[in-house]
Design a protein around this ligand. Structure first.
Ligand SMILES: [Zn+2]
Length: 252
């Protein structure tokens, strides 16, 4: 009797998840600390995350040192406006953001996706309000075959679930395999990605939100935007989990 009573009590609390928690207790996204549920960051490390907030460039979301009006743009956008309409980003790409991104893209760690989607949803709220469809930045199929997942697609799906906007996993495709953008300068990145991304299908009059993990120079987001515009999109917004702010010496 006692063992049956125990079993039903265990089952009523979700036996499988309780058991997996005992074998693999959830870890903080930023340390080895054991936390009470997946996707948690302990308060002292949470307070060290650099969220990018207003004031920032109306077009590309780059942080501005002072608030100079509601539609102020940064020097880069004033000189050469990006091909995307507007972009927003959750975090500055520092050591903490780097760990979150690399755990996601190299280790395939998924327990932070819901949290990341929440951050991106609030950073890009005005853009999401206009969005008809969410599209992940694409990965070439040969790289996808080797890696088995595209972290941008995971982020796009999580953002779709958080925002209620539909997502289209195959809206964009890499039609040419190019070398990795890592370590390339801004102009090399632009040349390297040129012509490598195509839209699949038509997006006439639609507003599309492109999702990627890191905004480095914006070359990939621009290439996605050009492809979607060619396919009829009226606006192409972008949101990323992190953005390189200081210099380009951080290897991604
Ligand atoms: Zn800008």
């Amino acid at each position: 009797m006692a063992s049956r009573g125990h079993a039903s009590h265990f089952r009523s609390r979700g036996a499988l998840s309780r058991l997996s928690d005992l074998i693999w207790p959830p870890r903080s996204l930023l340390s080895e600390a054991i936390v009470d549920r997946p996707g948690v960051i302990e308060p002292e490390l949470w307070s060290e995350l650099n969220f990018i907030a207003e004031p920032c460039c109306f077009r590309c979301g780059f942080p501005l040192t002072e608030d100079v009006g509601p539609e102020a743009v940064c020097g880069a956008c004033a000189g050469a406006p990006p091909d995307f309409t507007r972009a927003r980003v959750a975090l500055e790409y520092d050591d903490h953001a780097r760990k979150l991104v690399l755990d996601l893209k190299r280790a395939g760690r998924r327990d932070g996706l819901k949290v990341f989607a929440g951050w991106m949803a609030s950073a890009a709220a005005p853009l999401i309000a206009e969005t008809d469809v969410i599209a992940p930045a694409p990965m070439h199929w040969t790289r996808l075959a080797a890696r088995s997942f595209n972290q941008a697609a995971w982020l796009a799906q999580a953002l779709s679930e958080a925002s209620g906007r539909p997502w289209s996993p195959g809206a964009l495709a890499r039609v040419k395999r190019r070398k990795s953008q890592a370590g390339l300068s801004a102009s090399e990145r632009r040349r390297n990605i040129s012509g490598a991304i195509k839209a699949r299908g038509r997006f006439d009059g639609k507003t599309v939100l492109v999702v990627d993990d890191v905004f480095t120079t914006g070359a990939t987001l621009d290439a996605c935007a050009r492809a979607l515009r060619k396919a009829g999109a009226a606006k192409v917004h972008a949101v990323t989990l992190a953005r390189v702010i200081r210099g380009t010496d951080i290897m991604i």
